[in-house]
Design a protein around this ligand. Structure first.
Ligand SMILES: [Mn+2]
Length: 340
């Protein structure tokens, strides 16, 4: 657990000018975790200097913020999309574990910040990513949590910090979205949500905040993704491969819902070649298949960046997707065969 690390983390931050940020295309977990952490630190320290930096927000996050602000008009999401790093002593990187996942680095140098940073995250962390700027001993990383928001919740609970209702809503929605409404969660995921529920927090209200009408472009991507899918059967396992021009992650999840065990979708988003992979949780447990590790390995070999969880991961590559896809499928089949 992380409990024993909190004290060192907080004593390091005392008196420092703090910048909090998260990965590009901020999702709800990143959003909730940044604001909840800022709230905690503001309560914990005497008049601290803390800013939040976001590069770009994802569309679901923006939709969510609109609904959230209707419900809590007094809650203001204050953040900046242009900061000067030299104004801060330390950067807290939330819900991401590599500097190049955040929008703070310069074009010429995507692997370095110019100030020390601490990672607070729930994704698998590769120790090779440690560098001089990362205050590695202070990182709060645990991939047993289904969301980063739960790490912040845990921190608040350790220091008996009560959360006002809007923050409870933020954290609950982050847990629900990151755990796929408990599909990827464990006992603690449910316990954490249960801790947050009270007379002011109605779970159906939380669900309403996350309700969304699906955009026509997304529906077209889903349909095209299904039309183009290629089926590979390996023993009793079904692998689906397809391509779309956007919404690759969503199409990858859809393939699992309709019966594939593993899905690999390649797409070109924001002029980048992206491969999204999903594996059914039961298959991960049964076979030990960890798509995040496979993507990480491939990205090391062929350049690019990639990684994630056992059942959900993404890979950004520069080279021909066909070659990479072939490698990925080979690796997957290798793991599946070793367990047959
Ligand atoms: Mn997350």
């Amino acid at each position: 657990m992380l409990n024993f690390k909190y004290e060192d983390f907080l004593s390091y931050l005392k008196g420092k000018k703090i910048l909090i940020t998260t990965h590009d295309l901020v999702d709800i977990d990143g959003l909730a975790s940044c604001f909840a952490l800022k709230f905690f630190l503001t309560e914990y320290f005497y008049k601290p200097t803390i800013s939040i930096f976001f590069s770009e927000l994802s569309k679901p996050t923006r939709n969510y913020m609109v609904k959230f602000s209707e419900k809590f008009p007094e809650f203001i999401f204050t953040y900046s999309n242009n900061v000067k790093l030299s104004n801060y002593d330390v950067c807290l990187i939330i819900d991401a574990n590599e500097v190049n996942q955040i929008g703070l680095t310069t074009k010429n140098n995507t692997s370095q910040l110019s100030i020390p940073y601490i990672i607070i995250d729930h994704h698998h962390f590769n120790k090779d990513n440690l560098n001089n700027e990362n205050l590695g001993l202070l990182n709060l990383i645990n991939d047993n949590f289904s969301s980063t928001a739960e790490i912040i919740l845990n921190l608040c609970q350790q220091y008996s910090q009560k959360l006002p209702t809007p923050y409870k809503y933020l954290i609950t929605t982050a847990i629900l979205t990151d755990s796929g409404f408990f599909n990827y969660g464990n006992n603690n995921t449910i316990k954490n949500v249960s801790d947050l529920l009270d007379k002011d927090l109605d779970i159906q209200d939380v669900r309403l905040l996350l309700n969304k009408e699906i955009d026509i472009s997304e529906r077209i991507a889903q349909i095209k993704g299904l039309q183009r899918v290629e089926l590979i059967r390996e023993g009793n396992y079904l692998i689906g491969i397809s391509n779309v021009s956007s919404f690759g992650a969503k199409v990858a999840s859809t393939l699992l819902k309709i019966g594939f065990d593993i899905s690999i979708i390649h797409s070109i988003e924001k002029e980048q070649k992206i491969i999204n992979g999903r594996v059914k949780k039961t298959i991960c447990i049964k076979t030990g298949l960890h798509i995040g590790k496979i993507f990480e390995e491939i990205s090391k070999k062929f350049g690019g960046s990639g990684g994630g969880h056992d059942g959900a991961a993404a890979l950004t590559v520069d080279m021909d997707s066909e070659v990479i896809l072939k490698k990925i499928i080979e690796k997957i089949i290798e793991v599946l065969r070793s367990k047959i």
